[in-house]
Design a protein around this ligand. Structure first.
Ligand SMILES: [Zn+2]
Length: 407
């Protein structure tokens, strides 16, 4: 049996199936799709899903809906590597199309197409569908959630007492959860902690059960130790659940020899000018104060670190209400912000004139970066903020996307 470099505490993975397991209730309800191992060196979620599915089989509680547990990068999971040729969590932007003759060289391309086909099969039952993507980090970390900031996603994650980090999807190229959110599915990224930590596995198990009860697949009273799951997540999030937004990303350039300074822990406070890392040209100092986020302590990966800032609860809660009031119509009155006339809810932001806070405000009101256009930042409102598309429209979008990738 092959030893697994990514998760020494558990039985090594020497084989893996795309469908880790399923559970079908006797009553109608939503589809809950859990992905694990989208990064091959992060198998914690796979062990956690096995555990929960086994427990459900034993307990046989009254259950509404369906669970689908799906493995991500199967080849990389066997090798215990983040990816083989391309990061499977960075290839979901709409225009990522590889020419036919190169497809065989990128195993992740096939994995992605397999996953899309499977999603289409599952969605075909017409039930409301929720996506959960289970990950771990290379640095020591408290658990945290990241979502595309839609009201739908906010509602689901309310029951999770961990930190929430917003803006990740805007800075990463093509993560799966933001692609699925854009198509209209609620999609939650859950990072449980460090790759090898036993607490990551516990957090994954606690997260899965909490989502099953939040979405009413199984009632809390039928989960014998439900309170312990909430307690586990709380215990592993000392200082309480806070909301952060990403302010800075250190992108490692091609051929750069990047080395993170040892000892940083996710969410650790940092000061402007602090030595964070180094490369072939010397030290890399922090350009601002805040909290360090996802410092890179593994060889594969192109994000050196991020810097995040806390969003005060008042603003976060206030923004949920203002989205419903449609107060955002007044946005165009702010300096440096110009509405694009023929486009609904789309603005051009001149960063030299707009106050930095204006962009944060737009984020809170449900806007996200689309692209840079004539040196200005184009932002538009996320589709399906509070509503979901019809299943037939959703399926059509998925099928069109798949056709574009495979033709
Ligand atoms: Zn990951």
């Amino acid at each position: 049996m092959k030893s697994h470099p990514g998760f020494g505490l558990f039985t090594p993975l020497d084989s893996i199936q795309r469908i880790i397991g399923t559970h079908h209730g006797t009553k109608p309800g939503p589809n809950l799709i859990f992905f694990a191992g989208i990064h091959g060196n992060e198998p914690s979620g796979i062990y956690a899903l096995h555990q929960v599915l086994d427990d459900l089989k034993q307990m046989q509680p009254s259950f509404k809906g369906n669970i689908y547990a799906i493995a991500g990068n199967m080849q990389a999971l066997i090798l215990g590597k983040r990816y083989i040729s391309k990061d499977l969590n960075r290839i979901w932007f709409p225009n990522f199309i590889i020419p036919k003759e190169e497809r065989e060289k990128v195993p992740e391309y096939r994995e992605k197409i397999d996953i899309l086909r499977l999603l289409i099969e599952i969605l075909d039952n017409g039930r409301p569908t929720y996506i959960f993507d289970l990950h771990t980090t290379s640095s020591h970390s408290m658990p945290f959630i990241s979502v595309s900031d839609t009201l739908k996603n906010r509602k689901i994650i309310k029951s999770i007492p961990t930190h929430l980090v917003l803006g990740l999807e805007e800075l990463l190229d093509g993560p799966m959860f933001s692609f699925l959110s854009e198509l209209g599915l609620p999609a939650i990224l859950f990072e449980a902690g460090q790759h090898d930590a036993i607490s990551s596995y516990e957090n994954h198990v606690a997260f899965i059960w909490t989502m099953l009860s939040t979405l009413k697949c199984v009632s809390k009273k039928n989960i014998s130790n439900h309170h312990t799951f909430t307690e586990t997540l709380k215990k592993n999030s000392p200082g309480g659940a806070k909301t952060f937004e990403i302010k800075f990303r250190y992108l490692i350039q091609n051929k750069e020899v990047f080395s993170m300074k040892e000892g940083y822990v996710n969410f650790q406070r940092i000061e402007k000018g602090e030595l964070l890392a180094s490369n072939q040209d010397g030290p890399i100092l922090s350009k601002r104060s805040g909290f360090i986020f996802m410092p890179l302590y593994q060889e594969q990966g192109c994000d050196g670190f991020f810097i995040i800032k806390e969003i005060k609860p008042f603003w976060f809660n206030f923004s949920s209400r203002t989205r419903k009031w449609k107060l955002d119509k007044t946005i165009k009155l702010l300096p440096g912000i110009q509405k694009i006339n023929d486009r609904e809810n789309t603005y051009l932001i001149d960063k030299t004139k707009a106050r930095y806070k204006a962009i944060s405000l737009l984020h809170l009101l449900g806007y996200r970066k689309v692209e840079y256009y004539e040196n200005k930042l184009k932002m538009s409102r996320r589709p399906y903020d509070n509503k979901s598309p019809k299943t037939s429209d959703l399926l059509e979008n998925f099928r069109n996307y798949l056709a574009m990738l495979t033709n």
